[in-house]
Ligand binder design. Structure first.
Ligand code: KG4
Ligand code: ZN
Length: 348
């Protein structure tokens, strides 16, 4: 049995978890900074790192207490070392180093995206999930949109990624354009409930011949429509700068529904095509955007392969997923030394 304390501070959640054998969640504590960043309309990096400093100690202590674990029960300490915001990553990595050093246990650096992938291995309803290889994983989050072929544990090939905005990022930007607030995914999803997804014919960048995605054309198309309803904005940059006092005639629900449909179409179409092309055993979803109900519904409907999606609370950032990935590093003997450094631009 391996018992790992995992820490995740790559963006705006301070999180710690204790995970056994990469599957059993003994505790999973997430302190969200959403309320703090909401007033800025997005994550403010300096504020995020200061908040992590304040929260990391209590969050780790909570995770240990809820797990009923003593420090001596731990076999290793895992932490996200990239990609993410430098100041935020530093807080988690330094905390993990301190604990690993004090306990004389190995330190394991985990790629945040690998963590999202491994959220599919965590037990949530009693039955241990056993994803089969090769699997295709769509990782869609605020910073990334990657289509990954997973040949085996720790053996990945990135088939494609976004050429511009990440899927979550475009949800966040369009939510600001529509005056809906932050974070964009949940507020757009809510607004879209009352809207007609066929109200606006928005572009889907198809990017034939690659497994890459592109969302900037879609974002600009939404902006152009918003501009028709307000003369206050001229360019995408102006629009994002301006705190938009939008005219009340803007059909927010219809635009939100049409936009959501366009993003989901693009993600589902490419993922299903790649799954057939690579003849995978199953499709996995991961990352904050996979909390989206339309995406979850459409992929299950259109995929010709089994689809596995973590529950909503494991789609967004958490430390249990980092503990799951770390288990496979640990049993493969892949541990890090105390000079592990952060890598804000780390790739999978
Ligand atoms: O994985 P995550 O929690 O953090 C990153 O690693 O970035 O993803 C956050 C992103 C945000 O952009 C947020 O708007 C998006 O996930 N998101 C959603 C939903 N919930 C969160 N996007 C669409 N629909 C949702 N329900
Ligand atoms: Zn994430």
């Amino acid at each position: 049995m391996t018992q790992i304390l995992a820490i995740e501070t790559s963006c705006d959640e301070t999180a710690a978890a204790v995970v056994v054998d990469g599957q059993v969640i003994r505790s999973n504590v997430v302190a969200s900074q959403i309320e703090i960043h909401r007033r800025y309309g997005g994550v403010f990096p300096e504020v995020a790192s200061r908040q992590h400093i304040l929260t990391i100690g209590p969050v780790v202590q909570d995770a240990m207490a809820q797990a009923g674990a003593t420090w001596n029960d731990l076999d290793a300490v895992a932490v996200t070392y990239g990609p993410g915001l430098a100041g935020s990553l530093l807080v988690g990595v330094n905390a993990a180093k301190g604990i690993a050093l004090a306990l004389g246990r190995p330190l394991i650096g985990v790629n945040h995206l690998e963590g999202h992938l491994y959220s599919n291995w965590l037990i949530t309803d009693g039955e241990p999930p056993v994803p089969r290889f090769p699997a295709l994983c769509l990782i869609a989050s605020g910073g990334h949109t990657e289509l990954v072929l997973v040949r085996d544990h720790l053996d990945y090939a990135v088939l494609g990624r976004t050429q511009d905005d990440a899927a979550g990022e475009v949800f966040d930007k369009v939510a600001r354009l529509l005056g809906l607030g932050y974070p964009g995914g949940p507020v757009i999803e809510k607004a879209a409930e009352r809207g007609d997804p066929a109200a606006f014919d928005l572009p889907r960048a198809r990017l034939r011949g690659t497994w890459d995605f592109s969302f900037s054309g879609l974002k600009t198309a939404v902006l152009r429509i918003v501009q028709r309803y307000t003369d206050k904005v001229q360019t995408p940059a102006d629009a994002l700068e301006a705190q938009l006092p939008l005219l009340s005639s803007l059909p927010v629900a219809d635009l939100a529904a049409s936009f959501q449909r366009a993003v989901v179409d693009a993600l589902v179409e490419k993922t299903c095509q790649a799954a057939e092309h690579y003849d995978v055993a199953e499709i996995l979803l991961a990352g904050g955007v996979s909390a989206n109900r339309l995406l979850r519904h459409e992929i299950a409907l259109r995929a010709q392969r089994p689809v596995r999606i973590p529950p909503l609370w494991l789609c967004t950032d958490n430390a249990a997923m980092i503990g799951a990935a770390a288990h496979y590093h640990f049993i493969a003997g892949r541990v890090d030394s105390l000079d592990l450094d952060i890598l804000p631009n780390l790739r999978l």
